[in-house]
Design a protein around this ligand. Structure first.
Ligand SMILES: Cc1ncc(COP(=O)(O)O)c(C=O)c1O
Length: 321
């Protein structure tokens, strides 16, 4: 003990003497800073020139949060703001079962783990399912933060490109197969997609299902934009795909559908018990999802009225005019 202490003091002195600092981790260096930071000053400068700027760069809906949620927070009547259970309140998870039922997604409360936003659900999915060096195939353009979460988990993102000429539809199966190797562990889709808005068709979802089955992969399906469908086409969730129920990990969030980004409530959903058990260990380590966020979210768990989609369509029409 004494020897260890002496060595540590010596190392400290040496560092001070040479004025050197411990170095940042490889992960810390590789972690990408948000690309949005580069856009913000340009937008500010344009505003100063009197130009109206439509902020499509950040998924912060410009609609008021539902009154029920605001009232729930105003009327909190508790003596202690406690930790909630690591998997989230059962009462809230049971209400969510009703929400998903409206989309023909059949779950039990045990299939649902409440997370700190969809962001934590992505991170915990990666940490629980992937080893360092494992690869995830992601159609791009894709939500930029997937890269940051993959780096946090030591995983590697491989991309298949979708193009505007093809309406951002799913690339051919061969394009995925060109990338599949012994390190490939998962496909990640965002449906409807951020940033393209593309909604996968039944045929495309079946193609994804067949690849997942054939190569024994996880399917991470980020469906936080479920309520933002502009075409009237049917929404096919990864949870609707038969035969890969144990492979699917659904990522969800209340941020977008209720304009509640700040309450930090999301969910990780899977029928795979082993995945849930692993995820729960990360949940227990971070103790609790946000208490106040759950109080607000539990009070209005129904699918929102379609005002968000209408408002977004207006923005789209304005910028494309
Ligand atoms: C596609 C997608 N997934 C997940 C998230 C994470 O959102 P949150 O952590 O607020 O739930 C975002 C946020 O912009 C997103 O665009």
């Amino acid at each position: 003990m004494l020897g260890w202490l002496r060595k540590s003091i010596f190392a400290l002195r040496l560092n001070n003497f040479y004025n050197i600092m411990p170095i940042i981790s490889i992960r810390g260096n590789e972690m990408p800073a948000s690309p949005i930071r580069k856009l913000a000053p340009l937008a500010d400068a344009a505003k100063q020139r009197g130009i109206h700027v439509y902020h499509l760069n950040i998924g912060q809906p410009d609609l008021p949060t539902p009154r029920a949620a605001l009232d729930a927070i105003r009327n909190i009547d508790r003596t202690v703001l406690e930790y909630s259970p690591s998997q989230g309140y059962r009462s809230y998870r049971e209400k969510l079962v009703g929400y998903y039922k409206k989309y023909d997604i059949n779950l039990s409360a045990d299939d649902i783990i409440i997370t700190t936003g969809g962001s934590e659900a992505v991170l915990f999915a990666f940490l629980s399912c992937l080893n360092p060096g494992d690869e995830i195939i992601v159609p791009e353009p894709a939500y930029a933060n997937y890269m940051a979460f993959a780096i946090s988990a030591g995983a590697v993102i491989r991309t298949v490109t979708t193009t505007i000429e093809e309406g951002f539809s799913l690339p051919k199966v061969e394009k995925f197969e060109e990338l599949i190797n012994e390190r490939t562990k998962a496909i990640l889709i965002c449906n409807p997609n951020n940033p393209t808005g593309y909604l996968y068709t039944r045929r495309e979802m079946n193609q994804i299902r067949d690849m997942v089955k054939k190569y024994d992969l996880y399917l991470f399906s980020d469906e936080v934009y479920r309520e933002f469908i502009y075409t009237g086409s049917p929404y096919i969730s990864a949870c609707h795909l038969e035969g890969i129920e144990e492979n699917v990990v659904l990522i969800d969030s209340v941020s977008k559908r209720y304009s509640e980004c700040g309450i930090r409530i999301g969910a990780l959903i899977t029928k795979n018990k082993e995945v849930r058990n692993a995820v729960m260990k990360f949940c227990q380590a971070r103790l609790s999802p946000p208490l106040i966020g759950q109080i607000a979210a539990e009070l209005h768990w129904m699918p929102p009225k379609n005002t968000h989609a209408r408002r977004m369509t207006n923005t789209w029409n304005a910028v494309s005019a």
